[in-house]
Design a protein around this ligand. Structure first.
Ligand SMILES: Cc1cc2nc3c(=O)[nH]c(=O)nc-3n(C[C@H](O)[C@H](O)[C@H](O)COP(=O)(O)O)c2cc1C
Length: 189
């Protein structure tokens, strides 16, 4: 069975209303899975590159689970990418260690879907904003799956959404992620 590695890029998962729930559901429902919680492993942002690369080597399916921050990945996950996806490992003439692995982007987005359009206040679609990650997958030879994303995931009491609503959307998101991981495993079998 292809091992699944989930990299949790949330900088403070204990304070999360959605990413934490998604990860908990996936952990309950998917076998042979390793979840690396970057905020717990690296509260000082000093990443153990060797340990992270070792985890990647053992995985056939890699999931980046993160909240959308300023139209991108959180700084902690960006630092992980900057350091772990190094020359000779992820790119360059001998940097083929990620080649052929499946990559799933699983992200929670604060703003509503309608805002992520040419005529919305965020102007661009998630697919457009995620292009740097698409090219990262290309350069590393990873097989990028269509992103699993959910809108309206910000919860600020009395301002944005209700806890019930964001948690319901997180449950639905987890369902889709679990189904996707099952399908990827079935394809590989
Ligand atoms: C620093 C920061 C930046 C954010 N940037 C965006 C953004 O660019 N677009 C957006 O739709 N939501 C943005 N949000 C909202 C988050 O995406 C949302 O709160 C998060 O997905 C909820 O996940 P959580 O419950 O696991 O924390 C931002 C939130 C923070 C704290």
């Amino acid at each position: 069975m292809r091992k699944i590695l989930i990299i949790s890029g949330h900088p403070d998962l204990d304070a999360s209303h959605t990413n934490r729930l998604i990860l908990a559901r996936v952990a309950e429902r998917v076998d042979e899975i390793e979840i690396r919680r970057l905020d717990a492993l690296y509260p000082d942002y000093r990443i153990d590159v060797a340990a992270e690369q070792q985890a990647l080597l053992g995985a056939g399916i890699v999931v980046l689970q993160f909240p959308f921050y300023w139209y991108s990945v959180p700084a902690l996950l960006k630092k992980w990418m900057d350091e772990v996806l190094s020359y000779g490992f992820a790119y360059g003439s001998t940097g083929d260690k990620l080649k052929g692995k499946q990559l799933v982007l699983s992200l929670t987005i604060g703003g509503p879907a309608a805002s992520y359009a040419a005529d919305g206040y965020n102007h661009f679609t998630p697919d457009q904003l995620l292009l740097p990650l698409v090219q990262t997958a290309n350069l590393t030879g990873m097989q990028l799956q269509p992103p699993i994303l959910s809108h309206g995931m910000i919860y600020i009491p009395g301002v944005y959404n209700t806890l019930e609503d964001v948690q319901a959307r997180a449950e639905a998101h987890a369902e889709r992620l679990v189904a996707k991981l099952g399908a990827l495993r079935a394809d590989a079998a």
